[in-house]
Design a protein around this ligand. Sequence first.
Ligand SMILES: NC(=O)c1ccc[n+]([C@@H]2O[C@H](COP(=O)([O-])OP(=O)(O)OC[C@H]3O[C@@H](n4cnc5c(N)ncnc54)[C@H](O)[C@@H]3O)[C@@H](O)[C@H]2O)c1
Ligand SMILES: [Zn+2]
Ligand SMILES: [Zn+2]
Length: 375
Amino acid sequence: MKTKGALLWGVGEDWKVEEIEIDDPREGEVTVEVAASGLCHSDEHLVTGGTPVESYPVLGGHEGAGVVTKVGPGVTGLKEGDHVVTAFIPACGQCMPCSKGMQNLCDLGAGLLTGNAISDGREWVKAGGKKVIPMCLLGTFSPYMTVHQASVVKIEPDIPLEVAALVGCGVTTGWGSATKVADVRPGENVVIMGAGGVGMNAVQGAAAAGAKRVMVIDPVAKKREWAMDMGATHTFANIEEATPAINELTWGRMAEKTIITVGDIQGEDVAAALSVTGKGGRAVVTGMGNAMNIDVKLSLFDLTLMQKDLQGAIFGGLAPRAAIPELLSLYQEGQLKLDELVTTRYSLEDINQGYQDMRDGKNIRGMIVYTDADR
Ligand SMILES: NC(=O)c1ccc[n+]([C@@H]2O[C@H](COP(=O)([O-])OP(=O)(O)OC[C@H]3O[C@@H](n4cnc5c(N)ncnc54)[C@H](O)[C@@H]3O)[C@@H](O)[C@H]2O)c1
Ligand SMILES: [Zn+2]
Ligand SMILES: [Zn+2]
């Protein structure tokens, strides 16, 4: 079918909304009418070149929710009309990592930026006859997408799709970074560096896990203010301001857990995180940086002698098929804030404004909400 999509044609370019063509669903695939898509920072790494791709154009977007409109052969557990959230890592349930309970590391993840369909390897999105690489095998910057069943998770139909989209990436990633990967325990001191669409949910996760102090570092004053509403107990503008305060608050023990959720992580951020992490503590790296950057700054002396733990995290260490419905059920019970995360809504045409607002620190999350005008 013909539809539109926000395409990126090269590093440093704006997103361009153009006509695209997507296949009808084949074996194991469904077509989804996308209702909303979050403007996650991970798509920005395509723009900066931090995340390199094999070819252009790229169809952006990986944090979405919508309604199934067509079902291909061999699809189980999904029918027309079902509401779904995208999983930016597909989970097949059968590969070695999936079988070991690490669905966030599913082997299908190897194809995330190839533009080749999970089902049969074909190129299924085109622009002017040219291959398009849909971000994370999804491409939610289009009002329609055809995706493999491993890439979507069915949800309850009464949850607003606009907030459901958030658990496709940012919420689950942040929440799991705190609750699963950092394994925050009641009474702990937690530092979160970067209070954006992901970090704000690390704040929610740490608070829900019973942290005594949730200490947020973010240079943007409004982010610090919002973080207090989401469960932070203290906020600081930068590491220089945070370090003596955390030292005093914890009587020199520093944080048991530190989570880095800055937008474009640099080597120095790792050193900063470890410096506010105490003996035997853990620093979790959730934010992404340039794929070519191998210059991480850290004190090896401190890492060894203080027995610190430096741990990466993808999708908050969680399984999409379990975490997405679980988090939405917490939202329904009033125990997870989602409405408050959507700061500004945009039409697809306004996507570049949405990303400019993200760079300017104006949004917790900007959200494309599709209307008939976009279709
Ligand atoms: N590991 C994963 O599974 C995963 C999933 C989603 C996103 N990400 C990555 O997580 C990061 C955050 O994404 P987001 O959508 O929340 O981005 P965002 O732009 O919404 O938020 C980033 C925040 O970091 C703050 N910040 C910038 N520099 C800082 C610094 N030096 N110290 C403290 N705060 C700083 C910004 O003010 C902003 O509030 C990105 O790198 C993104 O690609 C990783
Ligand atoms: Zn994301
Ligand atoms: Zn798998």
